[in-house]
Every structure is written in structure tokens, then in C-alpha cells.
Design a protein around this ligand. Structure first.
Ligand SMILES: *Cc1c(COP(=O)(O)O)cnc(C)c1O
Length: 365
């Protein structure tokens, strides 16, 4: 029998049923970028060489789309172990992007009152996922140079006993690597897990991967997104088996689809392609930074990532003029107290960067 028509209007029903903290959230906004030079999302600007695309196209024809994927993605996992130099003692867990791994970690740890702690400003998904999973989020301000404020971090660790601490290394949106001694001080003090989020590893070439061997509560997380495969959605987590085995229980079966498993596996067999692209991006990062430093009233922050944080006189106006000139960057003004009049620009191809510099210099004139 069909339900009788409800007398409660839909919006009233959603107000009563939705969790308060979810109603209070703003949906993650992705601006329309059609026809724009897209320097807002840390994507690699280069596509794959034709031979690699052809190889993926040929393999796509052979895919059994009627079958579920290998739930453990064994071929890909074994390949990552070698290509990413993951210590033999560590397990590997794959996610549909590293965002999904952050979510799995939080879901598994979200006992009532459990705390997820991160420095601020940092990657927004840490606090968002804490909210989704009803964890208590604690943000600890970075220093003026955007390094870890060890004293404040240690005090917050002592006061809140976090189940997990996320450190983005290099940090997004500031671009810098935290000093390794500060990271170690936090690793030493943490009563729970510490996740080193190395999403920008190809551009920084500094890692805590080797320390997995001696630090049982360290996890290292990486993604293929920023190195050229954002569309595939593949992240991985490396760490002790007893942790990863627990997170694996909250993983939805088949989270890595057959196309992603196949395409990532082919590209990783030619990892020199992505490495050459990362090298070109690192070189352009230096050129872009030098050009910006030569402009009046622009302050750049040192970056080990594939983007540059900069401060201008009027970020909203500059952002709008760039948009009108066909260049999309991220406006961080109001995103955090320490980011007043900041913009974040992803390093593009030399042509894209030239176009950005031309529009930008007239925008700030
Ligand atoms: C972009 C980014 C991620 C998310 O990457 P996906 O694998 O695409 O989900 C994770 N951490 C940081 C710090 C990032 O900037």
C-alpha cells in the first residue's frame, strides 16, 4: 500500500532528520572551469604520451566490465611496493583517492569523543571528514612562517590526546615542508596515530617512508592525483598490518574499479614518464617564483609542492581580474585567519604560466 501523503513539508523533514553539523556544512564547491587556464586544483598540466594512451585504450577493450574488480587489487599493490619503495615490513591499503583513506581512518577511530588533530591552515578534508564521521576536530595554528608550532602542538596533544594527527608534508595550501625535527617531536609525543600525508611527494622528494620500520604509530599516505592521474582516483596508505587490517574492515568492497587498476598499473610500469613531468613542474615552479618575486607588492612563500602560495594587496579583486582574463586560481582570502589576501596558484605548463604572469601583472597594477 502506498504511503499516505506526508503532512510535513520536505524541508521541515530534512531539518528534523539531518544531523546539525551536516546541515551547517557548505558543500565542497568546484568552480566552472570551461575554457579557462586551470591553475586552481594542483592538477598536473601534462597528459600522457600517445603510446601510453594507446596501451591503455587497447587494455580497456579487454576489460571484463561485467565482473567485479579484484577486491585486493593485488597486481597494483605489488607494483606500488616496488615502484614507491615501501618497506617490506609495511602493509599497503588502497583508496579511491587519498580522501577515501582519510575517511576510512576516521570511521575506524571515531569512538565517542575521539579527536582528530591537524595544524591550520592545512588540507580542508581533515576537518570536513572529522565532521562527517562525528570525530572532534582540533586545529592548531602554524607559526608565522607556516612551520609547525611545536610548543602549541605538544600542548594540544597533551590536552586532547588525539586518536590521530594529520600532517601534510608538504603542506597544502602553504606549500612548505615542515621541519623534520618538528615532525619527529610530534611523532615522539603522539599518543595515537600520526598520518604523514605526502600527496606532493614527487615535487618535494622528502619522505618519512623509511621511518615506518621503526615507528609503529606512523602511517604514510600518498596519491597519484597530483602526479598526473587525478582522474583515476587512487591513493595508498602504508603502515603496520594491525592498523591497516582494521581500516580495511571499513573499506567498501571493490573501492578501486577495474579501469583504475588497469590504467594505474600500466602508467606505473612507465613511471619515468611521470617523473619527467614532475621534474618539468619543479623547474617551472622556480621560474614562476622568481618572476613573482620580481613584482611589486607580491609576497611568495617557499614551495616544495606543485603550487605557490602568494599574498597580494587585494586577493578578491586580483582573483576576479584573473578569472576575467581566463585564468582560474584559488582565492584563499577568508579561508583562514593567516591567509588574508592570499592566492594559491598551481604550476602549469610554461605557456600557461606565461599567460598567468601576464594577466596577473596587469591585475595587480
Ligand atoms: C589533494 C590532496 C589530497 C587528496 O588527494 P586525492 O588522492 O585526490 O583524494 C590529500 N592530501 C592533500 C594534502 C592534498 O592536497
Amino acid at each position: 500500500m502506498p504511503n499516505p501523503p506526508s503532512t510535513v513539508p520536505d524541508n521541515r523533514l530534512s531539518e528534523t532528520l539531518l544531523r546539525d553539523e551536516i546541515r551547517a556544512l557548505h558543500a565542497y564547491h568546484v568552480p566552472d572551469s570551461a575554457g579557462m587556464i586551470k591553475l586552481d586544483a594542483m592538477e598536473n598540466p601534462y597528459s600522457l604520451p600517445a603510446e601510453l594512451s594507446d596501451e591503455i585504450a587497447a587494455a580497456t577493450r579487454e576489460l571484463a566490465l561485467n565482473r567485479y574488480p579484484d577486491p585486493a587489487a593485488r597486481v597494483l599493490t605489488d607494483q606500488l611496493r616496488t615502484s614507491e619503495a615501501i618497506p617490506a615490513s609495511a602493509e599497503i591499503l588502497l583508496g579511491n583517492g587519498s580522501d577515501e583513506l582519510i575517511q576510512m581512518i576516521a570511521m575506524a577511530l571515531a569512538r565517542p569523543g575521539a579527536v582528530l588533530l591537524a595544524p591550520e591552515p592545512s588540507f580542508v578534508m581533515y576537518s570536513m571528514i572529522a565532521t562527517f564521521t562525528a570525530m572532534r576536530y582540533i586545529g592548531v595554528p602554524l607559526t608565522e612562517t607556516f612551520d609547525l608550532d611545536v610548543e602549541r602542538m605538544l600542548a594540544a596533544i597533551e590536552a586532547h590526546r588525539p586518536a590521530v594527527i594529520f600532517l601534510a608534508y608538504p603542506n597544502n595550501p602553504t606549500g612548505n615542508l615542515f621541519s623534520p625535527e618538528s615532525v619527529r617531536a610530534i611523532l615522539d609525543a603522539a599518543p595515537g596515530l600520526v598520518v604523514l600525508d605526502e600527496a606532493y611527494h614527487p615535487f618535494a622528494q622528502h619522505t618519512f617512508m623509511a621511518e615506518l620500520e621503526c615507528r609503529p604509530n606512523l602511517l604514510v599516505m600518498r596519491t597519484l592525483s597530483k602526479m598526473g592521474l587525478a582522474g583515476l582516483r587512487l591513493g595508498y596508505l602504508a603502515g603496520a598490518a594491525h592498523w591497516l587490517g582494521a581500516f580495511d574492515k571499513v573499506r567498501l568492497p571493490y573501492n578501486i574499479n577495474v579501469f583504475t587498476q588497469m590504467a594505474a598499473s600500466i602508467v606505473l610500469r612507465h613511471s619515468e614518464v611521470l617523473e619527467a613531468q614532475a621534474e618539468a613542474i619543479r623547474a617551472e615552479r622556480s621560474r614562476l617564483t622568481a618572476a613573482l618575486n620580481g613584482m611589486p607588492s607580491v609576497k611568495t612563500y617557499p614551495s616544495q609542492a606543485n603550487f605557490i602560495l602568494l599574498r597580494v594587496a587585494d586577493a578578491p579583486a586580483t582573483h576576479e581580474k584573473l578569472r576575467a582574463g581566463g585564468v582560474l586560481v584559488k582565492n584563499l582570502h577568508r579561508a583562514h585567519a593567516s591567509l588574508d589576501h592570499c592566492l594559491r596558484v598551481t604550476v602549469g605548463t610554461p605557456q600557461e604560466n606565461d599567460r598567468f604572469l601576464a594577466v596577473f601583472s596587469s591585475a595587480i597594477a
